[in-house]
Structure formats: structure tokens, C-alpha cells
Design a protein around this ligand. Structure first.
Ligand code: GDP
Length: 305
């Protein structure tokens, strides 16, 4: 059984009791524990390396002030850096900043494009976001599916859109995704929708045709948000998926789904670091209200175990 990072850190704090300063050698002992814990939480190796390097630099430069012991000071640095890495401030930032919800600053309809692999939770998340926009931001919301490969996916979006209390724009497998996008955009404009949520096709693995298609959709729709939906339980595999989508699209945010099933949540750190895009929401159940605005501080605590 892997021991949680918080346990490892408290052990280090104890061991470092009596040492007056943070030194190259005691910081290395501690960072070894941090590295192990992050790898056990399924954070990608290159991301772990960068993280450790940043903590080390900050720790060696830190003044240990007041009643803090060097061990406690180091734990504080690790905590802050974890939250900052996962939060809105990004890896360069010194503190976690709350992410501002969804950007809707566009000539209405503001378009939100959903990207991700099949099964990541795109369709479910589209409906959850529709509900969020209706309830929290009082918006008039239209959804449309560009998944012309799976008629069931179009039907699924219709069903969950009704649950969300939003409107659904019909599409059929005979249409081209770009034509569906144009028609939905036109409908949204003429009927004064505030937001158009565009669900897209996914594949079980990344392929070039899928990426071309979603780039074309992006060009047609000019979305104000391009959200990468990723399954937190994908662990290490999330890294390759994140890389491929980041290369294909200018991502503006991440939705991390199925956090309810993921014990440690290391994927958050990896995906955030690899895409550079902020994690905006977390999926926490299959239900329509199972969506939370991502809280980096709280998630950092979770990764710490
Ligand atoms: P898509 O292929 O990307 O559109 O994925 P779907 O929206 O169809 O979701 C795939 C499966 O994951 C469905 O069974 C969803 O109910 C489930 N799912 C989506 N988001 C969450 C979540 O946050 N938590 C849990 N537990 N299940 C989720």
C-alpha cells in the first residue's frame, strides 16, 4: 500500500527536527519522498522532475522564519507549489489563483467546443455545462452534436440536454460536422442564444482524421472556449492524449472527469503541466449536477493524500 504524501511529509518533518536550516542534503531526502508519492499518484515522470526542481530551488532560497522548523517550511513550499501548478497561476506562478469559470466574452452566441477521446465524458460534460450556464449564469443555451459516426451519441446528447433544461439542435450521421456546425451557429444567432455548446466525435485512440476534423470545426466555429475533456482515471495515458490535443488545438481549459473514481488525482498535475491550460471544472459523478468548479487548493490536498 502506497503511503500518502502527507504521511511521508510528516515523517520528514519529524526527522528534520533539531536541524536549524534547509540544506542541500536534507532537502534531497525530503524531495525523494515527494517524488515517490507523486509517482504513486500517477503523475507523469517529466512533470514530477520539473516539479521537484522547482521546489528544490524555492526551498534552498527560502528563509525559514518565525517558529517554523525547516521541515515545516519545506512542507509549506511543497503544498503551495502543488496548488500553484494545478491552479490558474501556472507553473511560473507563486500562488494558486482561482480559475475564472467559463469565458463568455464574445459576440453571442459564445461558442464552446468540447474535445477529447471517446468515453472521456464529453457528452455528459456538455450537458453538465449547459445546466451550469443556465443555473449559475442565467444563459440561454443550445447544444449540438458533431459526432456523425455514432447516431447513439447524437441521441444521448438530446436526452441529457433535455435533462439540463437546454435546447438541442438536431444533426444526422449523413451530414458533415462542419456543415452541422455552420447550421447550429446560424440557428443560435437567429434565435438569440447566449451560448452554443458543440459536442464532438471522439476515438478510442488519437488519429489524424479526428484531429483534422476537430481543427476544421474550430476554424468554422471560432470558439471562445476550447475545452479538453479528460478522464482522471486514465492516469499515465492522459499524458499522450493531452499532448496530441494541445498540438491540434488552442486549448483554453480542461475538464477533468471521473474524479469520483480516482483516488489520488495525479492526472490533474500532469495534464495541467503538459497543456498549460487551466483546469476549469471537475466531473464528480455521472449525474447532471456532478460538476464542480475546479478547486486547486483542495485538489492539492487530495494529491497529498
Ligand atoms: P464521451 O464519449 O466522451 O461523450 O463520454 P460520455 O459522456 O458518454 O461518458 C462516458 C461514460 O462516463 C458515461 O457512462 C458517463 O456517465 C461517465 N461519466 C462522465 N463523466 C463522469 C464523471 O464525472 N463521473 C463518473 N463517475 N462518470 C462519468
Amino acid at each position: 500500500m502506497a503511503s500518502a504524501l502527507s504521511d511521508r511529509l510528516s515523517r520528514i518533518v519529524k526527522e528534520m527536527r533539531g536541524q536549524a536550516r534547509i540544506t542541500e542534503s536534507n532537502v534531497s531526502d525530503m524531495l525523494r519522498e515527494v517524488r515517490m508519492a507523486l509517482l504513486e499518484a500517477d503523475v507523469a515522470l517529466p512533470v514530477v522532475r520539473d516539479f521537484i526542481a522547482r521546489v528544490k530551488e524555492k526551498a534552498l532560497g527560502a528563509d525559514v522564519v518565525g517558529s517554523l522548523t525547516p521541515g515545516q517550511a519545506l512542507v509549506g513550499i511543497v503544498n503551495r507549489e502543488l496548488a500553484a501548478t494545478m491552479g490558474g497561476a501556472g507553473p511560473e506562478g507563486s500562488a494558486a489563483r482561482p480559475v475564472v469559470d467559463l469565458n463568455l466574452a464574445a459576440q453571442p452566441p459564445a461558442v464552446i467546443l468540447m474535445a477529447g477521446l471517446q468515453g472521456a465524458g464529453k457528452t455528459t460534460t456538455t450537458a453538465k455545462l449547459a445546466r451550469h450556464l443556465i443555473e449559475k449564469r442565467k444563459k440561454k443555451v443550445l447544444t449540438v452534436s458533431g459526432d456523425v459516426y455514432r447516431p447513439a451519441a447524437i441521441e444521448q446528447l438530446k436526452t441529457v440536454t433535455a435533462q439540463a433544461g437546454a435546447e438541442w439542435f438536431p444533426s444526422t450521421p449523413e451530414q458533415k460536422p462542419a456543415d452541422i456546425a455552420r447550421a447550429a451557429l446560424d440557428h443560435a444567432r437567429r434565435h438569440h442564444f447566449d451560448v452554443l455548446l458543440v459536442d464532438t466525435a471522439g476515438r478510442l485512440a488519437i488519429d489524424e482524421a479526428l484531429m483534422r476534423e476537430i481543427r476544421e470545426l474550430h476554424a468554422v466555429l471560432n470558439p471562445v472556449e476550447t475545452l479538453f475533456v479528460v478522464d482522471a482515471m486514465q492516469g499515465q495515458d492522459a499524458i499522450n492524449t493531452a499532448k496530441a490535443f494541445k498540438e491540434a488545438l488552442p486549448l483554453t481549459g480542461i475538464v477533468l472527469t471521473k474524479l469520483d473514481g480516482d483516488s489520488r488525482g495525479g492526472a490533474a498535475l500532469s495534464v495541467r503541466a503538459i497543456t498549460g491550460a487551466p483546469i476549469k471544472f471537475a466531473g464528480v459523478s455521472e449525474k447532471i449536477d456532478g460538476l464542480e468548479v475546479f478547486d486547486a487548493e483542495r485538489h492539492a490536498q487530495r494529491v497529498l493524500g
